[in-house]
Write a protein that binds this ligand. Structure first.
Ligand SMILES: C[S@@+](CC[C@H](N)C(=O)[O-])C[C@H]1O[C@@H](n2cnc3c(N)ncnc32)[C@H](O)[C@@H]1O
Length: 276
């Protein structure tokens, strides 16, 4: 949200209400499974304080609250905060410690109070480098020494992957969007078609690593989330089959940090720690 127009476009896109339930559609269950796997691999067991910055309607916040963490969700989209608050109120267990409106660049949290910060969204909606660095520095400030940040990005090549998977290049407008994505990572969609997403920055995996380190974090690694699993044919049926799903996840683990493959993953995840 580097400029007011971009901010309005992003807020308008999410006001459509497409986010709640997204992770159950198409191949997004793979994004969720891989994100959860990487969170569990790096996060110390509960208790602990987790800040879900850009947490949307709470896709990961409720999962972590149910696991025993104290989870605070923050998101700039009023609908998302309302949805998270409403879902939290109706739960017998796994309620959020808080849900509030806010921006990753100015976190309303005290210094050194958090064990982990999830940033699964803000970095790709902050189209200017300085804004992304500011958001990462805010995460650094609120983490205790040794605390963990998990910061997601959309790959520079994500539109190419989606265009091939979904035969979207039949539309010249989508082809033009993809051309620009590949050229400079600045994703803009003025078609009015929400399928083509909204104002974003699509990172080259190397850029994500540089930004996280540049903000002062000690990088653990940059991981492919869906990896080449984004191309799995007949995804829903195969992912519902436990043996087929486990085979896919086992292969993805083998190549999750392979530099030659990371960019084909629509989403990538930087894991890093605040130096002690
Ligand atoms: C694709 S959604 C992801 C939601 C959830 N974290 C997930 O992974 O499913 C991206 C989220 O980032 C939020 N967002 C966009 N710009 C932000 C900013 N500057 N600060 C904090 N959150 C932001 C959006 O409101 C949206 O909820």
């Amino acid at each position: 949200m580097s400029a007011p127009r971009a901010r309005d476009e992003i807020l308008g896109y999410y006001a459509l209400g497409l986010e709640q339930g997204r992770l159950d559609e198409d191949y997004f269950p793979l994004e969720r499974a891989r994100t959860q796997e990487l969170v569990l691999r790096h996060l110390a067991p509960p208790p602990g304080v987790v800040l879900d910055v850009g947490g949307g309607a709470g896709a990961y916040a409720f999962w972590l609250a149910e696991a025993g963490y104290e989870v605070h969700l923050l998101d700039p989209v009023p609908l998302h905060v309302e949805q998270a608050e409403a879902a939290s109120r109706t739960r017998a267990a796994g309620r959020l410690a808080s849900a509030r409106s806010g921006d990753a660049r100015a976190l309303p949290f005290a210094d050194k109070g958090a064990d982990a910060v999830l940033m699964l969204g803000p970095l790709y909606h902050l189209t200017a480098l300085e804004d992304r660095l500011q958001a990462l520095r805010e995460a650094l400030r609120v983490l205790r020494p040794g605390g963990l940040v998990l910061a997601a990005a959309i790959s520079r090549f994500a539109s190419l992957v989606d265009g091939l998977r979904g035969a979207l290049f039949d539309d010249a407008a989508f082809a033009a969007i993809t051309e620009r994505d590949l050229a400079d990572g600045q994703h803009r969609n003025d078609t009015g078609n929400p399928r083509y997403f909204t104002t974003s920055f699509f990172h080259h995996p190397v850029e994500l690593a540089e930004e996280v380190a540049g903000a002062g974090f000690a990088l653990v690694d940059v991981f492919a989330l869906e990896g080449p699993g984004a191309y799995l044919v007949d995804f829903a049926r195969r992912f519902a089959d436990p043996a087929s799903r486990e085979r896919l996840l086992a292969f993805l683990r083998k190549v999750e940090t392979e530099p030659a493959l990371i960019g084909v993953s629509p989403h990538i995840l930087a894991v890093a720690r605040k130096p002690r």
